[in-house]
Design a protein around this ligand. Structure first.
Ligand code: ZN
Length: 446
């Protein structure tokens, strides 16, 4: 049995931060100890955390790794390595790949690709369409994280816009429905208006007026209404507006039928950043006003928002050219999500304990992931050492995502991921990916 001691850490777990040490045996956390209260000689390896934070690995419940079919811009191998470099040890990938993950066969193929290529732990959403709700009851609830529902067109052709189809999905889903909420009829009307005045492509600054607050609010409201009618569990993805916060409850995750996610880009940027970053930060739903951004920043420190994720969605730089209609939507973020949040921690917007709650504990709780997301005896040793006093600039050469760019390139971070362990294996250390082990598929207690 291989044992590793991580000593001199500040362990951040379950609302507390305290000095201590963690023992890893094989793939699991074997013990949590006080420093100095043990004989170091009995361990095979010793890792000195040097007073840095030790947190559970981040679980990102919303990524687009583009595999299969769009692997010219990202794939499971490259993006899972970017993930562990950023302290993300598990991810849940969305179904708008090619082929789309809307059949059992496509889903099984994704698991096979991940099994051979993913350095982080993984699961995959099944995509709901206007016509496949009959498949939902037969999905393997132990191994599939949830059902993705596009209640707005976004990317790919997975828009579910027929009321009867929506009803069937909510009724037949016996696992969590993760919904992208933007009302397509409003977006279409706004698009026609702006095209009439400005032609086929319009400046990116109009993007949040086309994919508007109203489009988000109306769609989120409908999703909540359907969930209440059918008793379904609903997780509203990437909330972008202050107005939608009024639809949510400020209560512990355990007591809620309806939960919500906010993504990093909507916490970092507002429409003022379109001048500086242009379509690089074009995403759906759109980045909205500074008021919205500030309301989201306030909400992540409360129980209104349950999960902070990335919506990591790489594109080639050449695909990000143009304005609100021409540029593709989405940006890479997974390598810097934890560190971007650590920067907000330095600015007093959120505490380290709350970051760990929203990025590690809550995704595990919400999806009932087995034995991950916490530093507990017997849990999988998915662990990250974070140095919170390591100011450095993001450089081009540091970017591991296949698309080779980041909207954060050149920005100064306050923290650094020193080491990442996945299932007890050291997979990232000294700015280097350590090959030799692969992630596991997540399992769900249901
Ligand atoms: Zn997404």
């Amino acid at each position: 049995m291989a044992s590793t001691l991580i000593k001199n850490a500040i362990i951040v777990n379950e609302g507390k931060s305290f000095p201590g040490a963690v023992v890893i045996e094989n793939d699991k956390i074997a013990d949590i100890l006080q420093d100095g209260a043990f004989d170091e000689n009995i361990f095979d390896n010793i890792v000195d955390a040097k007073g840095n934070f030790l947190i559970p690995g981040v679980i990102d419940d919303h990524v687009h790794f583009r595999d299969p079919g769009l692997t010219y811009k990202a794939d499971i191998s490259t993006e899972s390595r970017a993930a562990v470099a950023g302290g993300v040890t598990s991810y849940m990938d969305m179904p708008n790949t090619n082929p789309q993950t809307t059949t059992i066969e496509a889903l099984e193929n994704k698991f096979l690709v991940a099994q051979e290529n993913s350095i982080a732990n993984y699961s995959f959403y099944f995509g709901a369409t206007n016509n496949n709700s009959n498949l939902l009851p037969s999905l393997d609830k132990r191994n599939i994280c949830g059902i993705k529902l596009f209640m707005g067109s976004s990317t790919g052709n997975m828009l579910v816009d027929r009321r009867d189809a929506l009803n069937k999905i909510f009724k037949n889903a016996n696992m969590i429905i993760a919904a992208h909420c933007e009302e397509q009829s409003i977006i279409s009307k706004n698009s026609a208006f702006y095209k009439k005045y400005f032609g086929e492509d319009v400046d990116i600054k109009y993007h949040p007026l086309i994919r508007s607050e109203e489009a988000c609010y109306r769609s989120s409201s409908l999703a909540i209404e359907l969930a209440r009618e059918t008793d379904a569990k609903l997780h509203i993805l990437h909330l972008t507006t202050e107005k939608e916060l009024s639809l949510l409850e400020n209560r512990a995750l355990e007591d809620k039928q309806i939960t919500a996610e906010v993504c990093i880009a909507h916490l970092l940027y507002s429409d003022e950043d379109y001048k500086r970053l242009g379509s690089l930060v074009k995403c759906n739903p759109a980045i909205k006003s500074i008021n919205d951004r500030n309301a989201l920043r306030a909400a992540i420190a409360t129980d209104l928002i349950d999960v902070i994720a990335t919506d990591h969605a790489p594109h080639l730089l050449s695909e990000k050219e143009g304005g609100a209609f021409k540029a593709t939507s989405g940006m890479p973020m997974i390598q810097f999500s934890l560190l971007a949040m650590m920067k907000l921690e330095k600015e007093g917007i959120i505490s380290i304990e709350e970051i760990v709650k929203k990025m590690c504990h809550n995704p595990a709780k919400l999806y009932n992931i087995e034995k991950r997301g916490f530093i507990r005896k017997g849990y999988k040793a998915d662990l990250v050492i974070v140095n919170s006093n390591s100011a450095h600039k993001i450089k081009q050469k540091d970017i591991l995502s296949k698309c080779g760019w980041s909207p954060l390139n050149g920005e100064t971070l306050s923290s650094k991921v020193e080491k990442t362990f996945v299932n007890g294996n050291l997979v990232y250390s000294n700015n280097t990916i350590i090959e030799g082990s692969l992630g596991e598929h997540l399992t769900f207690a249901r």
